[in-house]
Design a protein around this ligand. Structure first.
Ligand code: ADP
Ligand code: MG
Length: 257
């Protein structure tokens, strides 16, 4: 059974934008990249998958159960979300931010136990944030802050991770580390759905791509099926050449001047 599934989901904020008839399944070993131009509805889709927004029609299911019938904490033990541009009003340290990932496991007024401390330590280590733990979250660079939000999601020990442009503010080395970490977690069975701006990185790391255009799924399949000249022209309105990655063999987009 799919861990997370969308059945004919429709949603709109107002009359100007609609997310239309989205059906999608996420299984344990999936690594799905969501691509598409600005304003096409990628972040909205992630919010619907996370249950932060409710569909106007259609359903979002977690292990076959409608998300709306499940407790928020029960959902958060299975699905972690790394949103864009998180800011806090308090001066949380990196360690405190990561420890918030344990909230779905704590009952009211209960303090953290050894299992929580272990999950937090593991998340800090995996994201190479050990030396950042006492730094203030709000004073980090964009890329560092994104890494902390991934660590928080890891501390949540989810079965699916939804990430909205996790590598946007990262330099090349950070990006590579982030994708290597996502691949490693994916190999251990974590389902990953990531909105990605960089089509070439998406083709390199994702097993399946979903291309959104104007609120609809325009193309879906392997990187080879989705990353074609025709699709890129239709989705982004750009004329490109498609080349092959010299080592991985996957399609890579070459911009034409
Ligand atoms: P993407 O992530 O692909 O750039 P979004 O899902 O953020 O696109 O947005 C899709 C459309 O919905 C855009 O036109 C955006 O302006 C609009 N939108 C996003 N959030 C809201 C909101 N809270 N209220 C009204 N319109 C919104
Ligand atoms: Mg977005």
């Amino acid at each position: 059974m799919a861990l997370l599934s969308l059945e004919k989901v429709n949603f709109s904020y107002n009359s100007s934008f609609r997310l239309e008839d989205i059906s999608l399944e996420v299984k344990g070993g999936d690594f799905i990249g969501i691509i598409g131009p600005n304003g096409s509805g990628k972040s909205t889709l992630i919010k619907l998958m996370a249950g932060f927004l409710l569909p106007h029609s259609g359903r979002v299911n977690l292990e076959g159960q409608p998300l709306t019938k499940l407790e928020r904490k029960a959902v958060a033990r299975k699905v972690a979300v790394v949103s864009q541009g998180v800011h806090t009003d308090f001066d949380f340290t990196v360690e405190e931010m990561v420890s918030l990932g344990r909230l779905p496991y704590l009952r009211r007024w209960q303090s953290e136990g050894p299992g929580d401390a272990e999950a937090i330590e593991r998340a800090l280590t995996m994201t190479e944030l050990d030396s950042f733990r006492l730094r203030f979250f709000n004073r980090l660079s964009g890329g560092e802050a994104q890494r902390v939000m991934v660590a928080q999601a890891l501390a949540q020990q989810p079965e699916i991770m939804l990430l909205d442009e996790p590598t946007t503010y990262m330099d090349m080395a950070y990006q590579k580390d982030m994708f290597a970490l996502m691949s490693q977690l994916n190999q251990k069975g974590l389902g990953i759905v990531a909105v990605l701006h960089d089509v070439n990185l998406a083709a390199l790391y994702c097993k399946r791509l979903v291309a959104i255009r104007a609120g609809k799924i325009y193309a879906e399949g392997t990187p080879d099926q989705v990353i074609t000249r025709e699709n890129i022209a239709a989705i982004y309105g750009c004329t490109v050449e498609i080349s092959r990655h010299p080592l991985a063999g996957c399609p890579q987009v070459i911009m034409l001047p």
